[in-house]
Design a protein around this ligand. Structure first.
Ligand SMILES: Nc1ncnc2c1ncn2[C@@H]1O[C@H](COP(=O)(O)OP(=O)(O)O)[C@@H](O)[C@H]1O
Ligand SMILES: [Mg+2]
Length: 362
């Protein structure tokens, strides 16, 4: 087992004017389950492939434990990777697929057999060891791919969207199994997904990437409660946090005809005459009086345990798309379409970001 360090690691693809991964600084502890998350094209797979040795590192370095592996070929890095498409050999049985790396390494047949059996028991695929991959379901193939990584007993597991070929229900149960298995084996793991729910439910910590840049790396709780910038604020959470541009005043910000008080410190830190206010759907409550935001209800989504109201701030510039607001309301007394709701932002659940840099203000 080992820790992992990305030290200003950069990857530039030929013909592209900006790096796919830009000076990535990230330290992953021994035994940690770290998730890399972000929208498609943000550099997740490239980051993982740089660690695996499948992609050149143009600047900076990558360390596994106390070894600088930047120049090492993949086979010398002591890692095992699980891909989205599993890449199983179709002509080999499950047992042969799982034991292949050990066979190549010249290990004795009895040892291979024993390790394959142990991993198969762990993954509950013992009864399929003699089958070919085509005779397995998607979920079973996924477990074979996991088993193939486990038998190698690597220092590090790398997984790139390993659940994306499974249907939604199986994805949910498999992600719990993978997280539990990782905790049991204690092998340092870097897991890539574009799905923020998967990231939040699986990771000890989650690193959020955007356009090749690390936006924030922290525990799921901290990302949710204290996003470092407007990007993370909008990316983590479903439905997404409301992000609304508001005009600064002497003692707060003005939005939708309502005044939202801000501390002196926040106002002093703001650059320009606007700020971005962030508030989650559950940070809104129906209220009366000063400081409430009037929302014109356009859609009510009833989910049983919750209801979400989608609407627009009634008194802002109608052309400003950012004035769309989502609020969670009591599912037993949902409003009707066309109603106007007066909503208050709970003061301790308000986030304020610079309208120019997007960074969180104190
Ligand atoms: N082999 C390649 N050659 C050139 N550009 C690439 C290559 N692989 C990925 N890219 C580009 O690098 C960026 C990051 O890609 P990738 O790491 O695959 O993103 P993600 O896995 O987050 O979807 C994207 O803009 C993508 O188009
Ligand atoms: Mg990818």
């Amino acid at each position: 087992m080992a820790s992992i360090t990305y030290d200003k690691a950069t990857r530039r693809y030929a013909g592209s004017d900006r790096p796919a991964v830009d000076a990535l600084d990230l330290e992953i502890a021994d035994g940690e389950f770290l998730v890399l998350v972000g929208p498609s094209g943000c550099g997740k797979s490239t980051s993982l492939r740089m660690l695996a040795g499948l992609e050149d590192i143009d600047d900076g370095a990558v360390w596994i434990g106390d070894r600088d592996v930047t120049q090492l070929p993949p086979r010398s890095r002591d890692i095992a990777m699980v891909f989205q498409n599993y890449a199983l050999y179709p002509h080999m049985t499950v047992a042969q697929n799982m034991g292949f790396a050990l066979k190549i390494a010249g290990r004795p047949a009895s040892e291979i057999k024993q390790k394959v059996l142990e991993a198969a028991k762990l993954l509950d695929i013992e009864q399929y060891l003699d089958r070919k991959p085509k005779a397995l379901s998607g979920g079973q193939r996924q477990r074979v791919a996991m088993g193939r990584a486990i038998v190698r007993e690597p220092q590090v597991f790398l997984m790139d969207e390993p659940l994306s070929n499974l249907d939604a229900k199986l994805r949910v149960s498999t992600r719990t199994q993978i997280a539990a298995l990782q905790r049991r084996l204690g092998v340092t793991t870097v897991y890539v997904t574009h799905d923020q729910v998967e990231a939040m439910t699986m990771g000890d910590r989650v690193a959020v990437l955007s356009d090749g840049l690390l936006m924030q790396c922290d525990t799921p709780r901290a990302l949710y409660d204290r996003p470092a910038n407007a990007f993370v604020a909008g990316f983590i959470g479903s439905p997404a946090m409301n992000l609304v541009t508001a005009k600064l005043t002497a003692d707060g910000a003005e939005v939708g005809g309502a005044r939202v008080p801000l501390t002196r410190e926040t106002i002093a830190a703001a650059d320009g005459d606007t700020v971005t206010l962030g508030f989650r759907p559950e940070a809104l409550e129906v209220a009366t009086g000063d400081g409430t935001l009037p929302i014109k209800v356009e859609l009510v989504e009833e989910l049983g345990s919750d209801a979400y109201v989608y609407g627009k701030l009634a008194e802002t510039d109608a052309a400003d798309n950012k004035s769309n607001v989502v609020a969670r309301v009591d599912p037993r007394t949902p409003p009707a379409m066309g109603d106007t709701l007066n909503l208050r932002i709970r003061p301790d659940e308000l986030h304020v970001f610079s309208a120019t840099s997007g960074l969180r203000l104190p």
